[in-house]
Design a protein around this ligand. Structure first.
Ligand code: AHN
Ligand code: ZN
Length: 335
């Protein structure tokens, strides 16, 4: 969403070409063994069938978060929602749920009482994947066209609650059927108390997790960030930093989407370069992708982004189902 220098534009052109070649080399494959997860011993079903994931359940998890009110750090709604998130993860059978309390200094000097919440399935397994989403809300709807609303917090139905809602439904499914390898679900705080043009002011919870993980020597083989995954008619493209750090993981997920019939929601195309929580994990050496709504045809993010309209009215269980099916199928095939 920012202006790019000439060098960056060359890099993006090369990236677009690489993705195009990837599409050309994988697009014609129709056999069951096509694609990146075919070498997995865990592949549990034929390639065109989705793993079990309930998009209506994910939708209710989004609505439940919004009912607390805006989950802005230092507010009662934030505290109560955080307690509820941790209790849900415990209820869904995570062997460990670790709360990481944080005091973070925002760009405007505010001291934020924040917390990251980490749920671990099979905590002793060495091969692990990390799934994450931010759970806080932006304190200002500063993209609203109505100036009077710009000082109010957002509901964050899409920006925050959607990714968390999908991951709570993933947790529920893991509680019903345990994975054979390690899966961690991380809800990061204080992503959205940022200032445009100040890259370091965003993703404070993810920065704290990366600098000082609540598990000594924490590591994962790969990670998936979900951000703004509930918008009606949303489309997801292969984000630039994700592609640079984890092109194989991107390819696997977009291939699964294609096999499940979700190519219009997941066009196999390069997206933009987006500063988000995943960049902080990439910096620590964990290859991480960001599944984030981005559509160049309507200016990038969802039109409700950082406005007073980021409410449940903008949330589609169809989009949540598509994202959940893709992620859950990847998990069942590989973990
Ligand atoms: C910026 O706009 C700098 N980053 C997008 C990350 C974000 C904000 N995700 C949700 N809100
Ligand atoms: Zn935001």
């Amino acid at each position: 969403m920012s202006r790019l220098g000439t060098g960056m534009r060359h890099e993006i052109a090369a990236f677009a070409l690489a993705v195009l070649l990837g599409v050309m080399s994988s697009g014609a494959c129709t056999s069951v063994n096509a694609g990146a997860q075919s070498d997995s011993a865990e592949m549990n079903q034929d390639a065109s069938r989705a793993a079990v994931f309930n998009g209506d359940s994910a939708y209710r998890y989004v609505a439940k978060q919004v009912e607390f009110g805006p989950r802005v750090p230092n507010t009662p709604a934030h505290k109560l929602a955080g307690d509820w998130l941790a209790s849900e993860l415990r209820r869904h059978g995570a062997q460990e749920v670790i709360e990481q309390p944080l005091t973070l200094r925002a760009f405007d000097g505010t001291q934020l009482q924040a917390r990251n919440i980490l749920a671990r399935y099979n905590p002793d397994a060495s091969e692990r994947i990390l799934l994450l989403a931010h759970w806080d809300c932006r304190p200002w709807a500063d993209e609203d066209k109505d100036e009077a609303k710009r000082s109010l917090p957002v509901d964050g139905a899409n920006d925050g609650a959607s990714g968390v809602g999908v991951l709570l439904e993933v947790a529920r499914q893991l509680g019903l059927k345990s994975p054979s390898k390690g899966i961690d679900i991380l809800f990061v705080d204080a992503e959205d108390w940022g200032s445009e043009g100040d890259e370091d002011s965003w993703a404070l919870g993810a920065q704290a997790f990366a600098a000082n993980p609540p598990v000594k020597g924490y590591s994962a083989k790969e990670a998936i960030l979900l951000d703004m995954v509930g918008g009606e008619n949303a489309t997801f493209r292969r984000e630039y930093f994700s592609e640079k750090a984890a092109s194989d993981l991107n390819a696997s997920l977009w291939n699964i989407a294609s096999r499940l019939g979700y190519s219009s929601t997941f066009p196999n195309q390069p997206g933009s370069a987006i500063t988000d929580d995943h960049v902080r994990l990439i910096e620590t050496g964990i290859p991480t992708i960001d599944i984030i709504e981005y559509n160049p045809a309507n200016g990038g993010f969802n039109p409700r982004w950082h406005t007073s309209a980021d409410t449940m009215e903008g949330i589609s269980s169809i989009t949540l189902q598509a994202v959940g099916d893709v992620v859950m199928t990847y998990l069942r095939n590989n973990y």
